[in-house]
Design a protein around this ligand. Structure first.
Ligand SMILES: [Zn+2]
Length: 233
């Protein structure tokens, strides 16, 4: 086998390995990043907290109203008990009762507000919970798919790694050193192919016909422009 053919085969395997590694990296990113899910949990928690706060507010208002009503009832009973004759005391009691009734009335708007807010917050809790359930389900499906793909890629990766090892054995040391140093360039392409017009697949430059012949004979020939090892099938 020509050295160039062996180098080309190794390049094919290494390029496949590159794309497997790239996809594995993407998958690991996707599996660890669940921002959408976290946002949905946050939205549901916020809605629940709002609901809790308004329920507490409603309870406080009810308690306050209940106390005022009891106080008013006591004052009213005293006022009409017939036991108080002092006009000044009667007048004070009447004023107190009026004050209490006014405070009870003042509580009406806040009580209605709390009721409406509780309705709205309850609705919001159920909407955000439904969103969260849907996203959790989607994420579980995606998670399962990605995990399967990851396992397949890992086994492909092992297979290609041993393929590459076997291919490297066929390549002479200086050629392998050249190959490995070219592989370190961005894109990882060490072996470029020449098309029917003798153009390099990496830089696109046409090589001279004598160089083309050299490549055809399987001699290890770097592209004069980009330096890649040239190969012609
Ligand atoms: Zn080139």
């Amino acid at each position: 086998m020509y050295q160039t053919t062996a180098l080309y085969q190794l390049q094919t395997t290494d390029s496949k390995l590159d794309s497997i590694r790239k996809r594995l990296k993407e998958i690991d990113g996707l599996l660890s990043e669940n921002e959408v899910l976290q946002a949905a949990v946050q939205a549901r928690d916020n809605a629940e907290e709002t609901l809790r706060n308004w329920k507490t507010r409603q309870k406080d208002l009810d308690f306050e109203r209940q106390q005022l009503k009891e106080e008013a009832k006591t004052s009213e009973e005293r006022l009409y008990s017939g036991r108080i004759h002092n006009p000044r005391e009667l007048g004070d009691l009447q004023n107190k009762l009026a004050e209490l009734n006014r405070r009870i009335e003042d509580l009406e708007d806040p009580v209605i507000e709390a009721m409406l807010e509780i309705e709205e917050a309850t609705e919001s809790v159920s909407t955000t919970q439904a969103d969260l359930d849907r996203i959790t389900e989607e994420f579980a499906d995606q998670f399962a798919e990605l995990t399967t793909e990851r396992e397949q890629l890992l086994s492909q990766h092992d297979k290609k790694m041993s393929e590459a090892e076997q291919q490297r054995v066929l390549i002479e040391a200086p050629n392998l050193r050249l190959y490995d140093s070219l592989r370190k360039r961005p894109g990882g392409i060490a072996v470029a192919t020449l098309n029917a017009n003798a153009e390099c697949s990496v830089c696109g430059v046409q090589v001279t016909s004598s160089l083309n012949q050299q490549v055809r004979r399987g001699e290890v020939t770097p592209c004069p422009t980009c330096g890649r090892i040239l190969y012609r099938a």
